[in-house]
Design a protein around this ligand. Structure first.
Ligand code: ADP
Length: 258
């Protein structure tokens, strides 16, 4: 399983006659087989960073590499899970799950397909269309699709944000189980501190104006279901929340200390 690294990645967007710096000199390494959770206030460049990591956007300067080679969606298998699930409304659940493999010209491991559908509780829903599913079920379909692809790198942009709190926690468990079986190197963008703490071995705290990394935190609480709800977990969550709130209120000040 490869690692992914960003070195001095800067992204400027053209806005009329001017340019807007969305990301300034971001450097980050996600070791193979780990999950990196990226968190920060809205507008701090999280989605921009993920698009650059996916090779969907070429940085103004700096480089993204997968196992030392420049990132290339054509050369490497990169799973990209969008916020809105990315399901095709006119295709059934089965077709949607198999779609990513078909587009990439990959043969489908039928045993893995059946096992994934069973594990995700989709076996009885395969003939339905996305509109006939709940938000949680649609999210399961998009997870099945991306895990069937067996990507080298998995990038997830606020995958559970549209779900209610209980469903979101369930989906975090589902993701955790799938991830444990595959150990795919993952970057997960989230705005939930508890999600970052539960899933990310590494937590990257981003700050705005322009978007940059304020802090990288090693997180020993990751994956410890029993730790959820403990005082230590709540304390960490509170500390993270306070840091994010401080950045939103006083971006200049936090940036100066970062
Ligand atoms: P986040 O995901 O943290 O909310 P984004 O990466 O979406 O942040 O956006 C970072 C900043 O870049 C925001 O201020 C946003 O308005 C701006 N931005 C994002 N996409 C574009 C674009 N295509 N053109 C111009 N500005 C953009």
């Amino acid at each position: 399983m490869p690692s992914i690294a960003m070195k001095d990645v800067t992204v400027d967007y053209a806005t009329g006659k001017n340019t807007y710096r969305a990301l300034a000199s971001v450097s980050l390494t996600v070791p193979q087989g780990t999950v990196c959770a990226v968190i920060g206030p809205s507008g701090c460049g999280k989605s921009t960073m993920l698009k650059a990591a996916a090779g969907l956007l070429t940085p103004t300067s700096g480089m993204v590499s997968v196992d030392g080679a420049p990132v290339s969606p054509a050369q490497q298998s990169i799973g990209y899970l969008q916020q809105n699930y990315g399901l095709l409304p006119w295709r059934t659940v089965a077709e949607n799950i198999r779609l990513a493999c078909r587009i990439k010209g990959r043969s489908i491991d039928e045993a893995a397909y059946v096992a994934l559908c069973r594990q995700l509780g989709l076996s009885d829903l395969l003939g339905r269309y996305p509109r006939e599913l709940s938000g949680g079920q649609q999210q399961r379909v998009s997870l099945a699709r991306v895990f069937l692809l067996r990507p080298d790198i998995l990038l997830m942009d606020e995958p559970f944000s549209a779900l209610d709190a209980i469903t979101r926690e369930e989906m975090q468990e589902v993701f955790r189980a799938l991830w444990q079986a595959s150990q795919v190197t993952t970057i997960l963008v989230t705005h939930y501190v508890e999600e970052a703490l539960y899933l990310g071995q590494q937590i990257v705290l981003m700050a705005p104006q322009p978007g940059h990394i304020a802090e990288i935190i090693a997180n020993p609480l990751a994956g410890q279901t029993a730790a959820r709800g403990t005082a230590a977990f709540q304390q960490q969550a509170l500390a993270l929340r306070q840091k994010i709130r401080a950045m939103r209120q006083m971006p200049g000040e936090v940036a100066a200390h970062a």
